[in-house]
Ligand binder design. Structure first.
Ligand code: MN
Length: 242
């Protein structure tokens, strides 16, 4: 199994979580929220099964704008970028100009460096995210994390070649399920988004995604949904440049 969007460094005991993932044969894409967190998080990846993505989260764009130079030097070290994107929700909309500056620069750098696998946040901002991606077609493979746009925005993302990482927040409600139904099965992977996502009052762990694959299986009329998302994830990981 592969957890395609997990904030390993933000768990209270990241080393313990990493060791348990290894014990269970679980692969994770360990995303970061700031360039300055990248090196320390990459140091947690003592095994091939943990891949570390370089990120600059849109919620932190204003305060971490100054880390773009660090982003530019670190991107040469990894085939994965994330968490990056835009957030148009009420709380973060006022920092839109900074968010846009950061996201556009990050996508431009991904293209300049030959393309990356991109784990992308697009809450209340799907159209704007797709607008930026369409300007840089060589930026790599966008994986829309917890996509929550409109059906029309979803169709546009699909037509642009986007992948989707689906987590517990999407499979538990009808809006998420409607969107999942519009995603090509061969471009869906799964994610925990832990420790931000909670399960039974505590942060969800990367190996607790059975409910997600179960719902996907029911929706796809597929008995082997976990094998399918696993194979999708492997194909995506293998397409990384580094
Ligand atoms: Mn996240």
């Amino acid at each position: 199994m592969i957890d395609f969007h997990c904030h390993l460094d933000l768990y209270p005991d990241p080393h313990g979580v990493a060791a348990e993932c290894a014990r269970r044969g679980l692969t994770i894409l360990s995303v970061t929220t700031t360039p300055s967190a990248y090196r320390g998080t990459a140091a947690l990846a003592t095994r091939e099964t943990i891949r570390t993505a370089l990120g600059l989260h849109p919620e932190l764009a204003k305060e971490r704008l100054g880390e773009l130079a660090l982003f530019e030097s670190l991107i040469k070290e990894t085939g994965f970028v994330g968490e990056v994107g835009l957030d148009g929700s009420a709380r973060f909309r006022r920092f839109w100009a900074d968010q846009l500056q950061v996201f556009e620069r990050v996508i431009q750098l991904a293209e300049k460096n030959g393309g990356r696998i991109l784990s992308i946040h697009s809450r209340a901002a799907a159209s704007a995210v797709l607008d930026v991606l369409s300007k840089y077609p060589g930026a790599g493979v966008p994986v829309m994390h917890w996509f929550s746009g409109t059906p029309a925005e979803l169709r546009r993302a699909v037509s642009m070649g986007c992948w989707f990482s689906v987590g517990p927040g999407m499979t538990s409600g009808s809006k998420g399920k409607t969107l999942i139904a519009g995603m090509p099965e061969e471009r869906v992977v799964i994610e925990s988004d832990g420790p931000f996502v909670q399960k039974s009052g505590r942060p969800v762990l990367p190996w607790e995604l059975d409910e997600v694959t179960q719902v996907l299986g029911e929706m796809w009329k597929e008995s082997a949904a976990s094998e399918l998302v696993c194979e999708n994830g492997r194909r995506l990981l293998n397409s990384a440049k580094l």
